[in-house]
Design a protein around this ligand. Structure first.
Ligand code: FRU
Length: 527
């Protein structure tokens, strides 16, 4: 379905000639789905067709959650970026909306955010309020021929259905900076102005504005801090309470791009500290790295703006892929999906503050049938096996691993495929193994086992697993450790097994829930 021809670009590279409306229609027509949909997710968001990457412009406005995303409507590979658009009332069921932002004379539309300009501080609305998108325009510098990235605005007075680009675009450019992109803007109550967190290759920068149109630099953070395995991308900055202790901390999320020398590919780190209205101050030593997710497929995640205060939640969604192999995954006429939306919290662990994440409670409405077991002892000879013949599942397991024996959860398909999730108390490691998970040969870095350290508290471990046709998400100990991974099983998952490596492990409780498909257009309607 690759339309080719009219638009020429390389990733982060130059935008070629702009298409006319006729060309756009012709290209969209020629890019219609023409391929099998066997990996189409049942309850993860995926685009109607073609290529999607980062979530963009996440905003809650007048009863709807908006999800914009990096979208290439003419091909299932990355290309000149548009903003695709979907709308939800519950963060679970999505409706596809028309493409929101098209490339223009300033370039392609890279990642960015949306805010509700409640008081018309921008002056872009007739009299009341509306949505303002702040995004990166990516083109080529006319003199140097180098990629150029500048920040621009678009606004909508009809709840995000139609958008107008601001006449004064771009509103922020820094000629000396490269990889200057992905603005995330929020209203900073304490100083009564808008703050933008943005990245520039090896650091984050903070700008302030009274009207979203004029920005001044207030601070920089990050050279020499955290991981610099790849270029810094997609920042997010917000404040959260720590437990219920009455104090709060600031969280700075930074995604880092793929580096050919790192097997992990692109991934996301976060920092905990303070924001003084001008810059971010890290609580931890510069070489202390905190990872958001220990799976391979949670990238460029950012959080929703303007979720009502009384709801008090900070919800993140990530792009469920990895730049290492994103352009090669075997999904056919569409490519790229989002993680489940997750509510974030901060908790104190061993004297320092860390982020935890759990799928938003609304996901619970997808449960159909539930089966449960209690006090099952498994040994290598007597594993627990349950046929499910159903591949949209949520699994909750409370494991007693005091015996010190490793425990494995096997998600097996009718063929030979198996997704293996395991915990070994001896080396205190939780892992997902997708070596034999189905189609894995599209990229050498895809198959394999990866995980995180995790100490089972008092020998008890709680795992929650969401299994879809294209992904498995594993949450341990209420989201303290999370592994999000794409999988491409050749045949549907047929059975769930739990086994011990040598001695025995006790399953204090186990629940298996079958899940409803969200049935979005372009996706399948039933499991
Ligand atoms: C992250 C990213 C962003 C950029 C966008 C382009 O995945 O590289 O930095 O804005 O994707 O599609």
């Amino acid at each position: 379905a690759n339309a080719g021809g009219a638009l020429v670009t390389t990733r982060k590279g130059a935008l070629g000639s702009m298409p006319t409306t006729d060309e756009i229609n012709r290209l969209m027509e020629s890019a219609k789905p023409d391929n099998d949909d066997r990996f189409r997710p049942g309850f993860h968001f995926s685009p109607p067709d073609n290529w999607a990457n980062d979530p963009n412009g996440l905003v809650y406005y007048e009863g709807s959650y908006h999800l914009f995303y990096q979208y290439h409507p003419y091909s299932n590979k990355w290309g000149p970026m548009h903003w695709g658009h979907a709308v939800s009332e519950d963060l679970v069921h999505w409706e596809h909306a028309p493409v929101a932002l098209f490339p223009d004379e300033h370039g392609a539309i890279f990642s960015g955010c949306c805010v509700v300009d409640w008081n018309n501080s921008s002056g872009l609305f007739e009299d009341s309020h509306g949505l303002v998108a702040i995004f990166t325009h990516a083109d080529t510098h006319p003199e140097s021929g180098q990629p150029r990235q500048r920040q621009s605005l678009a606004y909508s007075s009809d709840k995000g259905h139609t958008w107008q680009k601001y006449d004064g675009n771009p509103v922020l450019s820094e000629d000396d900076l490269i990889d200057f992109r992905d603005p995330k803007v929020f209203w900073h109550q304490q100083s009564g102005r808008w703050i933008m967190a943005i990245v520039a290759g090896d650091h984050a920068r903070f700008y302030a504005s009274e009207n979203l149109r004029e920005w001044s630099l207030t601070g920089e953070f990050g050279k020499g801090e955290g991981s610099h395995d790849g270029v810094w991308e997609c920042p997010d900055l917000f404040q959260l309470p720590v437990d219920d202790a009455g104090r709060s901390k600031w969280v700075l999320i930074i995604s880092i791009g793929d580096n050919p020398d790192c097997p992990e590919g692109s991934r996301t780190q976060y920092f905990i500290g303070e924001f003084d209205g001008k810059t971010f101050i890290n609580d931890n030593p510069a070489d202390h790295i905190l990872w958001l997710d220990y799976g391979r497929d949670n990238y460029a995640g950012v959080t929703w703006s303007d979720i009502p205060e009384q709801d008090g939640r900070r919800v993140l969604i990530g792009w469920m892929s990895n730049w290492k192999y994103a352009n090669e995954t075997p999904t056919g006429s569409w490519r790229g999906a989002m993680t489940l939306p997750r509510a974030l919290s901060l908790t104190s662990k061993d004297g320092s503050v860390v982020l935890t994440q759990m799928p938003v409670r609304e996901i619970g409405q997808l449960r159909k049938d539930s089966l449960s077991w209690k006090d099952v002892t498994v040994t290598p000879k007597t594993p627990f096996i349950q046929q499910t013949n159903y591949n949209l599942l949520e699994i909750e397991a409370e494991l007693d691993v005091r015996s010190g024996d490793a425990v494995y959860i096997h998600l097996k398909s009718a063929g030979q495929d198996e997704i293996l999730i395991g915990y070994d108390p001896a080396d205190k490691r939780l892992f997902t193994d997708r070596s034999h998970s189905g189609v894995t040969d599209f990229h050498p870095a895809f198959a394999g086992r990866h995980g995180a350290s995790l100490a089972a508290v008092n020998g008890q471990l709680r795992l929650q697993i969401w299994l879809d046709r294209n992904a498995v998400e594993v949450y341990a100990d209420n989201g303290l450790v999370v592994l999000t991974d794409q999988i491409f099983p050749e045949a549907p998952i047929e059975s769930i097994g739990v086994s011990a490596k040598s001695g025995q492990v006790v399953l204090n409780s186990l629940q298996i829930h079958t899940l409803e498909s969200i049935g979005i257009p372009g996706g399948r309607n039933e499991a």
